[in-house]
Ligand binder design. Structure first.
Ligand SMILES: *Cc1c(COP(=O)(O)O)cnc(C)c1O
Length: 235
């Protein structure tokens, strides 16, 4: 366990150095950024070690794995963490997700938003959400609302009583320069923020492209493999 702790500490340190360097290049302060560590495929013991190493935000992308993992955390560890859900969501799972997630970043359809809102009614504070935008320009199916349909979905989410719209999230298209996609996302965040001053988050940047995301104005990075190591092949 101490070996794993040392490994996570070293990886975290390297990622923080990358964030520091990218912020210096962009004339930004690292304090403007929230590092969300994506712990999918890794055990609750890693989540506990990360919390101990000062991580404040973790993310999961598969509902079944996430529910069990979060439930198994020591209550003291759980209390210190914000848990984000970043995976594709089915509306019949929305209620279950609201029981363990503090933030759902992957809202991409009105049906999901309404299901989350109904379920979040049981909570004592609103569920924080970001709307996921599809920047691929095709139908690759990685989730997200097309930019043309974003304003309508934003209005829908903003009107729901038990949700608090915090901003937008996106994954850069695979195998392409992420910079143009992140620039588009930054513009969409800007225009969303005009009508919804609370919606300030730009969640973008992963292990391979966090520098470009920081340059474009990201406020939330979602970093997995650079901290936890490589995961077993996904699907
Ligand atoms: C897995 C995942 C990440 C982290 O990806 P890495 O390349 O491992 O840093 C970020 N965002 C989402 C939505 C993910 O599913």
């Amino acid at each position: 366990m101490t070996e794993r702790r040392d490994e996570l500490a070293a990886n975290l340190q390297r990622v923080r150095e990358r964030i520091g360097a990218a912020c210096a290049d962009a004339g930004r302060s690292p304090e403007e950024l929230t590092l969300v560590v994506v712990t999918k495929f890794f055990p609750a013991s890693d989540v506990a070690l990360l919390a101990d190493l000062g991580v404040t935000d973790v993310a999961e992308n598969r509902h079944q794995e996430a529910g069990e993992k979060v439930a198994s955390l020591d209550p003291d560890v759980r209390r210190r963490l914000a848990v984000h859900f970043v995976g594709q969501l089915q509306s019949n799972k929305a209620a279950a997700v609201t029981r363990y997630a503090d933030v759902v970043q992957s809202v991409d359809r009105a049906k999901i938003a309404r299901a989350l809102d109904r379920a979040a009614d049981e909570r004592d504070h609103p569920l924080e959400v970001t709307v996921q935008v599809d920047l691929s320009g095709d139908d690759a199916g990685r989730g997200g609302v097309r930019p043309a349909d974003l304003p309508a979905l934003v209005e829908e989410v903003a009107g729901l009583e038990h949700l608090r719209l915090r901003g937008l999230m996106a994954v850069a298209p695979l195998g392409a320069d992420p910079a143009p996609a992140f620039a588009t996302l930054a513009e969409l965040v800007e225009s969303t923020r005009r009508d919804h001053p609370d919606a300030t988050w730009m969640s973008a940047g992963m292990s391979g492209d966090l520098e470009q995301a920081i340059a474009a104005g990201a406020t939330h990075l979602r970093v997995g493999s650079a901290i936890l190591g490589s995961r077993p092949a996904q699907r």
